[in-house]
Design a protein around this ligand. Structure first.
Ligand code: ADP
Ligand code: ASP
Ligand code: MG
Length: 438
């Protein structure tokens, strides 16, 4: 069995839903993970935003626009007298009624999570009914019945596997199985989600849980490119990536993959293939355990980084200093991305400023603090095993005209990270493409 995940653009119009239905029924017995139709998650979040700002009229107007969009899609998918059309209309109407009830009596963040879940609940319902309408046997495997997270918001792999196995048995034989990406239940049994872009994570978790032969992430581009195509011209697809390389790229900003979605596939050693829905025969990118090949593969950038330097003369010959620094971040549940140390101080980066004031107050007890906000981590990924000579030099040389605040190398065999100003991000990415790939 394969797990095939289709992102928002891939199911963004009625025509694209029809195309995906064709793709996923070409082979029998696979499981399909769907995102919300493109734009709808943002619209649902906009509805909640109005609710939170006590503007129910704004919320209702956005909901009306969304409702009419779904009505148009249904009109294009099904003929007027189709039973599958009636089923789809019924589900969309019931979703809209529930969202209206949430708008009328909201209950904080839970309302946001409930409302946003309808993006995936509706896209999967439309796909299911459309596939049934073309005479194929499709079955729904509801994510809310098996995708569970713990108190820290992390998926609980063994429980997911247990529930999914029993659900699949209950659902029985089918041409294609359909499930929602992104949505899940928390420890209280309430609706929650795996954060923005989380459908990739669903696909990987489901693939691992079912011991799939392959996990396919279908999107709007022909695989992982060697640089971010949103900012750099002349990027090219990378044909093969090691799990570790893909994980670093995803974590450090390659939007094509959710930051943590490679891990479950890597642990279960299931190959991940990135494919293009708009060009289904294109080769894409294969991510697996392949031996590293002594090349630099790609560059990515992670935004909204804050660098904190803690300088202390007492670090000289003092053990325990680093541990005291890290404890502060641990206490405030703030993870550190980059670390560099010298004899007199340490610099770290974080991507979450939620507890910054408290963290800084505590760090001040340990030394002199300097903070740089609006920074970007530029991450260069490839086979950077230390005996492969010249790669660090090439990277540093490419950025010789850009102020670099931190450099981190040797933490893994797969990455060099450099911290630069946000205003230098595009220039840094472009220079790296020019020097490393063109
Ligand atoms: P989906 O909605 O299918 O999940 P996303 O928008 O999340 O799609 O991811 C695909 C997008 O990721 C591409 O359109 C591209 O703009 C962006 N992207 C960023 N970095 C890369 C990269 N290195 N390679 C390919 N795409 C990238
Ligand atoms: N629909 C969700 C989002 O827009 C999840 C996803 O597309 O992966 O973030
Ligand atoms: Mg995505």
């Amino acid at each position: 069995m394969k797990v095939l995940k289709f992102g928002g653009t891939s199911v963004g119009t009625a025509q694209r839903i029809k195309n995906v239905a064709g793709l996923v029924t070409a082979e029998s017995g696979n499981l399909v993970v769907l995102s919300a139709m493109s734009g709808t998650t943002n619209q649902l979040l906009e509805i909640y935003d109005y609710v939170a700002k006590s503007n129910p009229t704004g919320a209702s107007e956005t909901l009306a626009r969304l409702g009419s969009k779904y009505a148009d899609v249904i009109n294009e998918l099904f003929p007027a007298d189709s039973q599958w059309r009636s089923a789809a209309v019924k589900e969309v109407d019931s979703a809209i009624a529930t969202i209206k009830a949430e708008i009328a009596s909201p209950s904080g963040e839970q309302t946001e999570k409930n409302i946003v879940s309808y993006g995936e609940l509706i896209s999967t319902s439309l796909m299911l009914n459309y596939i049934l309408s073309i005479g194929k046997n499709a079955r729904m495997v509801p994510a809310l019945d098996y995708m569970v997270i713990d108190e820290a918001g992390e998926p609980v792999a063994n429980e997911i596997a247990r529930r999914l196995a029993s659900l699949m048995e209950k659902v029985g034989e089918a041409d294609v199985y359909i499930t929602q990406g992104f949505i899940c239940r928390n420890t209280e049994g309430r609706i929650d989600n795996l954060k923005r872009g989380g459908s990739d994570y669903t696909a990987s978790l489901v693939g691992a849980a079912l011991g799939a032969d392959e996990i396919q992430i279908w999107t709007d581009i022909d695989g992982m490119h060697n640089n971010d195509p949103r900012f750099v011209e002349k990027t090219a697809p990378v044909r093969n990536l090691h799990f570790e390389e893909a994980a670093e790229l995803a974590y450090f900003g390659a939007k094509i993959l959710h930051p943590t979605c490679i891990l479950p596939a890597k642990l279960a050693n299931i190959p991940v293939r990135l494919l293009n829905t708009m060009e289904p025969t294109a080769e894409g990118t294969l991510i697996n355990n392949a031996t590293p090949d002594h090349t630099i593969k790609a560059v990515a950038a992670k935004d909204n980084i804050t660098a904190i330097k803690i300088k202390s003369s007492r670090m000289l010959l003092a053990y325990g200093f680093l541990s005291r620094v890290f404890e502060v971040f641990e206490r405030y549940h703030t993870s550190i991305d980059m670390v560099v140390t010298s004899e007199v101080g340490v610099s770290v980066t974080i991507d979450n400023e939620q507890h910054l004031p408290e963290i800084l107050a505590e760090l001040k007890k340990l030394g002199t603090i300097t903070v740089d906000s609006d920074m970007v981590i530029i991450c260069v990924v490839g086979d950077l095993e230390w005996n492969n000579r010249g790669f660090e030099a090439a990277v540093v040389n490419a950025l010789k005209d850009i102020p670099v605040r931190m450099i981190s190398y040797g933490g893994s065999n797969y990455n060099i990270s450099l911290l630069v100003r946000k205003s230098d991000k595009i220039k840094a990415l472009s220079l790296l493409s020019e020097f490393l790939f063109n």
